[in-house]
Ligand binder design. Structure first.
Ligand code: PMP
Length: 404
């Protein structure tokens, strides 16, 4: 029956993780997957999460299709701000999702079904993602039947955002009404974010061209250690009064990766479509997976709604982001002290979990085959996967790859 089915190509990120698993070498190092590790290289459960986990679940009943409403409200407040007018004016619809990916997928499905902004054009608006972007973005939107294109984002020479190219592309090449996906903070894979000034300029183009923004917020609080700072762009856009979508993940900032805790919010212009949007989101969810899992969202809900637990969480966010920033510093210093050819200052300038090292695919393969160090072929390495013990080994390997 299935003899005609071709094997799917391995996922660019999870495929590398599989190769890592199969490598018998003891001193191997996995920097391909975006998951936080402590300084001993072990996965860790946040103290505040452990604490909440001591509280027994009230039951294992189904939760509603849209998830736990107290969680949804708290998630929207976290990203839009305590005093957001869209919340006060009841213009926000939030549903719980299967982490960030699920929020993007349900949002994409909704756009496929209902986003027909230009009656003169029967062709569906395209979704524009940054070049480069998180490897799954294209697939998530294409699975919903949407066409995906890219906008200029990164300058490989400066290892920073190509501000001029980005603005020109949005102005000249992205048609009005298109959907644009913006990484709220800690752009994955480059670790390079627009400055506050550039965000303001992007917003102006969005307004002029009537683009529909879909924010992807996977690293709030995890990037800088400051929940408010990492929400700057989303809040700036919200304050302009535009309609937009926001996908949130609690995988990294609460360390709830496998619990699949996320939220999808629609910020509407007025209250009138809110009930209809909510009901259609529920219809989509019902046919995809019926209702979301309860456990992780219950934990997140407790932390977000209890002032004491919230403070404890904020403290742990500071600790995690500081450890990652320290790894960046140590790696940079290790490369400089080895006189490794090249300018490595981008390692400390970039933020978030990843560093876009600038290593090419050949060098990445060399690291894997000779040094048992695993990263994605675009040169992205998880700084959260490094420790004080492994930084020298990584720096030696980079030095070898660059000078060989
Ligand atoms: N968006 C971006 C930019 C990401 O980096 C990730 C996680 N790697 C996600 C979304 C979604 O992750 P999850 O589904 O695990 O929340």
């Amino acid at each position: 029956l299935w003899s005609h089915v071709p094997s799917a190509p391995p996922d660019s990120i999870l495929g590398i993780a599989n190769l890592y698993r199969k490598d018998p070498e003891k001193k191997k190092l996995n920097l391909s997957v975006g998951a936080y590790r402590d300084d001993n290289g072990n996965p860790c459960i946040l103290r505040v999460v452990r604490k909440v986990e001591q509280e027994p679940a009230p039951d294992h009943e189904y939760i509603p299709m849209a998830g736990i409403s107290l969680f949804c409200q708290a998630a929207a407040k976290l990203i839009l701000g305590e005093n957001a007018s869209s919340i006060a004016e009841k213009r926000v619809v939030t549903v719980q999702s299967l982490s960030g990916t699920g929020a993007l997928r349900v949002g994409a499905e909704f756009l496929y079904r209902f986003y027909h902004p230009n009656p003169a054009n029967t062709e569906k608006p395209r979704v524009y993602i940054p070049r480069p972007s998180w490897g799954n973005h294209r697939k998530v939107f294409e699975s919903a039947g949407l066409k995906v294109s890219e906008y200029t984002y990164f300058d490989p020479v400066t290892c920073d955002v190509d501000a001029k190219g980005l603005l020109e592309d949005l102005k000249n090449n992205v048609p009005s009404y298109s959907v644009i996906v913006l990484h709220a903070c800690a752009h994955n894979p480059t670790g390079a974010d627009p400055s506050e000034e550039l965000w303001k300029e992007i917003l102006q183009v969005v307004l002029q061209k009537q683009l529909l923004v879909f924010f992807d917020s996977a690293y709030q609080g995890f990037a800088s250690g400051d929940l408010e700072k990492d929400a700057f762009a989303v809040r700036l856009f919200e304050q302009s009064g535009i309609e937009m979508l926001v996908a949130q993940s609690f995988a990294k900032n609460m360390g709830l990766y496998g619990e699949r805790v996320g939220a999808l919010s629609f910020i509407c212009k007025d209250t009138c479509p809110v009930d209809a949007v909510q009901s259609q989101l529920e219809t989509i969810i019902r046919s995809m997976y019926s209702s979301p899992p309860a456990n992780g969202a219950r934990i997140a809900c407790r932390i977000l709604n209890d002032p004491q637990l919230f403070q404890e969480w904020k403290q742990e966010l500071v600790e995690m982001s500081a450890r990652i920033q320290n790894m960046r510093k140590l790696l940079y210093e290790a490369l400089v002290s080895r006189k490794t050819p090249g300018d490595w200052s981008h390692i400390t300038k970039q933020i978030g979990m990843f560093s876009f090292t600038g290593l090419n695919a050949k060098q990445v393969r060399y690291l894997r085959e000779k040094h048992h160090i695993y990263m994605t072929e675009d040169g992205r390495a998880s700084m959260a996967g490094l420790s004080r013990e492994t930084v020298p080994m990584f720096a030696d390997a980079i030095h070898d790859a660059v000078t060989n």
